[in-house]
Design a protein around this ligand. Structure first.
Ligand code: B12
Ligand code: SF4
Length: 484
């Protein structure tokens, strides 16, 4: 038995240290341990002709593709179209959060044969092993013109998760370890109930590697050349005992790291301990400067918590990265102003902090989606329209649409240190404009927005060519990269 798993291209992929395609890596590991021969193609690096050659040589029955909401859908559909044209018998399986939320709409596309909802390891293995399709939990499929959805799959248990390794031999690790930076994920799920988050729907149970397992996997990462780790877990600090054991390891190995924490979990003792054990930045989902809006979001944090987190990180010499949102159903102009005022206050308290402001896009089935629909939100009608969704673009139903987009773009320019490094005159001009807008809170539609939308593809192409230079999020410097 054999199969191929594909991670499609991403827009602006070159602006970040590329994260290994963990979604398909863990599925591949699960398959390999059950004697299924599997190959991984990450189309941020590999070419589609490599995929085509591999299909010709090995004739797999199923090809799995991992897809996120947004432009990745567009790239994924192109791949499916080409594969289907060349090999009509191959069955294409989509997985990931997007198709989990919208399996029917996904399957309405003629190039997609199956959707696996939720965690893919067990269901994908059962599918490629020939199990009766109606018995596979989490599988959605077509029969004639009808679409069927089997019952949801069960979560992998903590011990099943603990058995999964990162199968580094299936990819070239050097591609993902840049200047010693590596992004990693050590757990799944989050028990909180934020009204906008997909986790509340089908990923609300935290399960993670034990400290011993994390250390075994991190040892491998260090041997591959990683020194600075960004943890992408939704709830990295879930288990205090695990964290304490990891802190000791970080110190022993002199690892510098970043991770996400809820503002109300941070206190001086945790911040000092983290700082003394290699942490250089905490990432916080602060979301809004209006308590009323935080309550709508069911975020369960207060403005006081947010301010206190800035004081603590400042006093303990930790950098902080705050993620904010605008475009929330029920949010008014004064609420948006409160968010901007609070961001300015946080910046004053901890000038080393960074921030970004995204525009909320309501995902179907979340609580916030129902509120948005009441305000006139019209969700994309098909898969191709979902490819247009971007976090810096506001939906038409939002009354402050243009201003919100300007706020988001401005934050992308001044909220992160990356732009300070750019010396090209056009970037300097954009930076100047953004500083002006931010200072005077002048967010009427402007040329930056227009420029960004028109030249989005061009910017992507220019960035994609700059393969020899990468931004190091730990040192805030551009560094030269030599790829093997
Ligand atoms: C790292 C990351 C990124 C990286 C890219 C990922 C990578 N590998 O390079 C970057 C930073 C580039 C990124 C970008 C974006 N991201 Co992102 N990202 C993540 C993050 C933090 C971790 C992903 C991960 O590795 N998870 C671990 C794996 C094991 O879990 P998983 O991906 O869910 O995979 C499991 C199942 O979904 C399923 N599955 C997944 N793929 C497949 C495929 C097959 C065939 C099968 C059978 C099953 C299957 O099985 C897997 C194993 O059980 C997640 C949050 C999270 N904790 O997951 C958000 C997340 C995936 N991102 C998200 C989003 C929305 C985006 C953006 C679209 C945001 C935006 N609008 O700008 C952009 C993409 C824009 C673009 N350029 O196209 C959302 C996805 C929601 C959605 N509806 O798709 C998430 C869940 C965050 C969130 N809570 O909103 N992201
Ligand atoms: S804390 Fe973060 S991951 Fe957890 S439910 Fe809220 S937004 Fe989602």
């Amino acid at each position: 038995m054999n199969s191929i798993l594909i991670y499609p291209q991403l827009e602006f992929a070159k602006l970040q240290i590329p994260t290994p395609p963990y979604s398909i890596l863990f599925i591949a590991d699960y398959l390999l341990k059950r004697n299924v021969d599997v190959k991984i193609f990450d189309l941020r690096f590999d070419s589609l002709s490599q995929v085509i050659n591999d299909i010709s040589d090995n004739d797999p029955e199923f090809i799995g593709i991992s897809v996120m909401t947004g432009p990745q859908i567009y790239y994924a559909l192109k791949i499916c179209e080409i594969i289907k044209k060349e090999f009509n018998n191959v069955k294409i399986v989509w997985g990931g959060i997007h198709s989990t939320i919208l399996p029917t709409q996904t399957l309405q596309n003629k190039f997609i044969d199956f959707v696996i909802r939720g965690e893919g390891e067990k269901a994908y293995h059962e599918l490629v092993s020939g199990k009766n399709q109606s018995q596979i939990k989490g599988l959605s499929f077509k029969k004639g013109k009808k679409i069927f959805h089997n019952p949801n799959s069960d979560f992998l248990t903590s011990s099943e998760i603990n058995e999964l390794n990162i199968p580094w031999t299936l990819i070239n690790p050097k591609r993902y370890i840049r200047n010693g930076n590596l992004n990693i994920i050590t757990s799944r799920g989050c028990p909180f109930k934020c009204a906008f988050c997909y986790n509340t729907l089908f990923n609300d149970v935290w399960r993670g590697w034990t400290a011993e397992k994390c250390i075994r996997e991190l040892d491998k990462c260090l041997n591959l050349g990683a020194k600075k780790i960004t943890f992408y877990d939704d709830y990295f600090f879930a288990n205090s005992k695990r964290i304490k054991e990891l802190f000791v390891y970080f110190k022993e190995q002199d690892i510098r790291w970043k991770a996400e924490l809820r503002v109300n979990r941070l206190d001086y003792s945790l911040a000092e301990e983290a700082k003394n054990h290699g942490c250089i930045q905490m990432y916080f989902g602060a979301e809004s400067g209006s308590q009323r809006v935080l309550n709508i979001l069911n975020k369960n944090i207060s403005i006081k918590d947010i301010i206190q987190s800035a004081k603590i990180t400042k006093d303990t010499d930790l950098s902080a990265d705050y993620s904010w949102m605008v475009g929330i159903p029920g949010e008014t102009k004064p609420d948006v102003k409160k968010t901007i005022t609070l961001i300015k206050k946080i910046k004053e308290i901890n000038p080393e902090s960074e921030f970004s402001i995204k525009i909320l896009f309501p995902y179907p089935k979340t609580e916030i989606y129902t509120l948005a629909k009441r305000e006139g939100f019209n969700p994309p009608a098909n898969l191709i329209d979902w490819a247009e969704v971007r976090r810096d673009q506001a939906s038409n139903y939002l009354k402050l649409k243009n201003q919100l987009e300007m706020i988001s773009i401005t934050s992308a320019i001044i909220g992160r240190k990356v732009f300070e490094q750019e010396s090209m005159p056009i970037f300097k001009l954009i930076r100047f404009m953004a500083d002006f807008r931010w200072k005077y809170e002048f967010f009427s539609a402007g040329f930056e927005n227009f420029f960004f939308k028109i030249f989005r593809d061009l910017i992507d192409k220019v960035i994609s060519r700059r393969t020899s230079v990468e931004y190091d999020p730990f040192t805030h410097e551009f560094v030269s990269i030599k790829e093997d």
